[in-house]
Design a protein around this ligand. Structure first.
Ligand code: ADP
Ligand code: MG
Length: 728
């Protein structure tokens, strides 16, 4: 029996694996070395040193490292931990760990458990196989991991074993970043500096600004048996074939419906693991597509939120296996069905407790809000190409602009009310405005905003970057992406814009302008110069594509071209001035992303060829024989042509599709060979996109999917969409 039919019959006996439900507050953070825990396990001195490093992101005092490491080990051992690992986020897109045990043998032969400061602070994993874009070749050095004290250590429980994980950055020996975290931390620091400077126009007590992130993770859940019978899902995370199910998402009966029992048990199980790790999950619900779901936490400081999202993706994968389910984090696992995104809700908060994107309660705090609001819009306007690049991946290309996700055009939605405020400022702040005409400073946004903006009706779900009352929501990020990339870019472009803003305002103040009026003038100028990025209409419509083109907004639909924005002169200046990436690092990253793209398309193309040749064609040919024998038999028995006319018609169709399919597969292999001989990575990526993917994927799929409908169901070994999406 085929894997497909096996999996379907196994479903009948699949059990719902229900866990006892625990009170969240009883377990929340129990596997995290929180400040409270640190208090218990560390001396006063060591505790203070740890807290100050975790706040400032400064390196830990070397003399304290041994004490802190001992404290962390004592805590971990009290929870049955025997091994530790530096946990990091290499550019492969997954997380990496290399476990070492505390166990060691002293020079006199005594076995002991030990974890010293050096092991805590820095390690040199033999990680030469992680992508470095040539950096380590150029600099002839290995990579090492270094502790990031701003994210707390935690314990991962896998099966019976528990491992202490130290969040780290991953850099080359000469300091180039090789991961997602190192540049993110730098971007956050750039934002902090720039934002504090601007905040001080309004409030001198503000000394720190942290960016905040609340992600919304979308995903599919399918039965593991069915998953394993689809080599394309196993290897690419998406189906490269599959005829649409008679019922898809047209009834929208899954959206916010009751959660299926087996999935519910899985959710509760992964949530429990997440809570233990201090991941503050808050919501869970069904999404629009069948078998699609979403979860979201309470927002946190960006670095921690990114760690938590990365960790959660791991946990979901692991826990789903316990339930004989599979989580699909891919952006587009099924054609014709909504894909998955990861909305990044983003804002900035001061150490005085103010959300800088929440309209204020007084005219003065409103001006502060307006300043950050308009600077963000200007940043997106000026660097929309870099933002587009930050979300570019082979997977996300299937989703952006696919009538369920925002288009590849980056625009900003502000909502009716703020659109009006911006227009007012533009019209009323004039060159002649002086101290006697401060009416503009008195616009009391606060009164009308909360009701208007926090109301769901004023949401635009088709915008890639929407203001939602007290935060911006970057909606174009892909579901499988590490949000660090999008967050690094967003924070650095806002930092850069704020720096310019400060210069512009200071210049007017130097000319004798009053501070508030100077600010108002610069705000007006920024509104005017970035107006074209504002769009309130339907982002999915064709009309918008045309309008955007008229406005001169970029609309880059494919990853290899979108990535160009990372290495423009402008981008290099941006990243270098803000100390986020050097030229060499940018070039390396560009190379790595292109290579990732090539590999993804290459693997998909191979699996398409393989499945066509070894699954689909054999099934079609078997059925072709059945029909041919049938026709021959009827003919031999002396029946009239009309008796087997229909069989003949089906046979003709099947034969046509068989020929076309096998023809196209051969041609695709040839196209791949041509691409593989190209030396320049960018040219190769572009060729893979246009010659292999765009040249063949849809065409090949068309014939395969037609055959799926024509061939005897019993001959078809790949689980069908209706089974993948509706059976569990
Ligand atoms: P929605 O209407 O989009 O569901 P929610 O209020 O539920 O809005 O928020 C969605 C996500 O945005 C949650 O993860 C939430 O924690 C996050 N969020 C709310 N406020 C902020 C903020 N100031 N900064 C970052 N994220 C935020
Ligand atoms: Mg949302």
């Amino acid at each position: 029996m085929s894997l497909r039919f096996n999996a379907i019959s196994n479903l009948l006996s699949s059990e719902v694996n229900v866990q006892g439900s625990k009170k969240i507050t009883a377990i929340f953070g129990e596997n995290v070395f929180t400040q409270n825990v640190a208090r218990q396990f560390l001396s006063d001195e060591a505790y203070k040193s740890l807290v100050s490093s975790s706040k400032s992101g400064q390196k830990i005092d070397r003399s304290m490292a041994n004490q802190i490491a001992n404290g962390i080990r004592a805590w971990a051992e009290s929870k049955g931990v025997t091994h530790f690992t530096h946990w990091f986020q290499p550019l492969t897109g997954t997380t990496a760990e290399k476990h070492d045990s505390f166990f060691t043998i002293k020079s006199d032969g005594t076995p002991i458990e030990q974890f010293d400061g050096d092991a805590l602070i820095q390690q040199e994993p033999d990680a030469s196989s992680f992508p470095s874009g040539g950096l380590r070749v150029t600099f002839e050095a290995r990579g090492y991991t270094a502790w990031d004290p701003s994210s707390p250590a935690f314990i991962i429980e896998i099966g019976q074993g528990s491992t202490l994980c130290i969040p780290t950055i991953f850099v080359s020996y000469t300091g180039e970043s090789l991961d997602y975290k190192a540049p993110l931390l730098k971007a956050l620091e750039a934002l902090n500096k720039a934002a504090v400077d601007v905040c001080n126009y309004f409030d001198k007590n503000i000394t720190r600004v942290t960016a905040t992130l609340g992600w919304e993770q979308e995903y599919f859940v399918i039965d593991e048996g069915l998953h394993n019978a689809r080599p394309d899902l196993v290897l690419c995370g998406r189906t490269v074939y599959g005829h649409a199910s008679a019922k898809g998402q047209q009834l929208e009966d899954h959206y916010f419906g009751s959660i299926p029992e087996r999935v519910y048990a899985f959710m509760r199980d992964y949530e429990e693991e997440a809570y233990k790790l201090g991941i503050p999950l808050r919501t869970r619900h069904n999404e629009v597509a069948p078998a699609q779901f979403e979860c979201a936490p309470i927002f946190e400081e960006v670095n921690l939120a990114v760690d938590h999202n990365t960790l959660l993706m791991d946990i979901m994968n692991r826990v789903s296996n316990r339930h004989n389910l599979r989580v699909l984090l891919h952006e587009k696992p099924f054609a014709g069905i909504n894909g998955s995104g990861k909305h990044n809700n983003w804002s900035m908060a001061t150490d005085t407790g103010v959300n800088l994107l929440a309209p204020g309660k007084t005219p003065k705090t409103n001006l502060m809000f307006l300043t950050f609001f308009v600077n963000t819009i200007k940043a997106v306007h000026d660097y929309s190409d870099v933002m587009r690049a930050s979300i570019a991946s082979a997977q996300n290309d299937h989703r952006l602009g696919a009538n369920e996700a925002p288009p590849a055009i980056i625009s900003v939605f502000t909502g009716q009310y703020l659109t009006k405020v911006l227009q007012d400022i533009k019209a009323r702040v004039t060159a002649k405005m002086d101290e006697t005409d401060e009416s503009m400073l008195k616009i009391d946004i606060h009164k009308s905003i909360p009701e208007l903006l926090l109301d769901n009706t004023d949401r635009n779900r088709t915008s890639p970057f929407a203001f939602t009352g007290n935060k911006f929501e970057f909606r174009a990020v892909g579901s499988s992406a590490n949000c660090a990339n999008a967050m690094t870019i967003l924070n650095v472009i806002v930092a850069e814009t704020l720096k310019q803003f400060k210069k512009d305002v200071d210049a007017l103040i130097e000319k004798g302008e009053k501070k508030e009026i100077a600010i108002m003038h610069v705000i007006r100028e920024y509104i005017v110069s970035s107006e074209k990025v504002l769009f309130e209409g339907d982002g999915y419509s064709e009309a918008w594509e045309k309008e955007a083109e008229k406005r001169g907004l970029p609309n880059v639909k494919t990853t290899p071209l979108a990535l160009d924005a990372m290495v423009t002169k402008k981008a290099k200046a941006l990243f270098e001035d803000n100390n986020v990436y050097t030229h060499a690092e940018l070039e390396a990253r560009h190379e790595i992303e292109l290579e990732k793209y090539i590999k993804k398309v290459q693997i998909e193309s191979r699996i398409m060829g393989e499945l066509a040749t070894s699954h689909i064609l054999p099934a079609a040919i078997r059925y072709q024989n059945v029909l041919a024998n049938n026709i021959k038999g009827l003919k031999d028995a002396g029946l009239k042509e009309s008796a087997f006319a229909n069989q003949k018609q089906i046979l003709e169709k099947i034969s046509e599709h068989i020929n076309s399919l096998s023809d196209l597969v051969e041609k695709m292999i040839e196209a791949r060979k041509v691409c593989n001989n190209m030396d320049n990575t960018r040219t190769k990526a572009i060729a893979y996109c246009s010659q292999v993917k765009e040249g063949f994927f849809d065409k090949i799929r068309y014939h395969a999917d037609k055959l799926e409908l024509l061939v005897d169901d019993r001959e078809w070994y790949l689980p069908k969409y209706r089974e993948l999406l509706f059976l569990r």
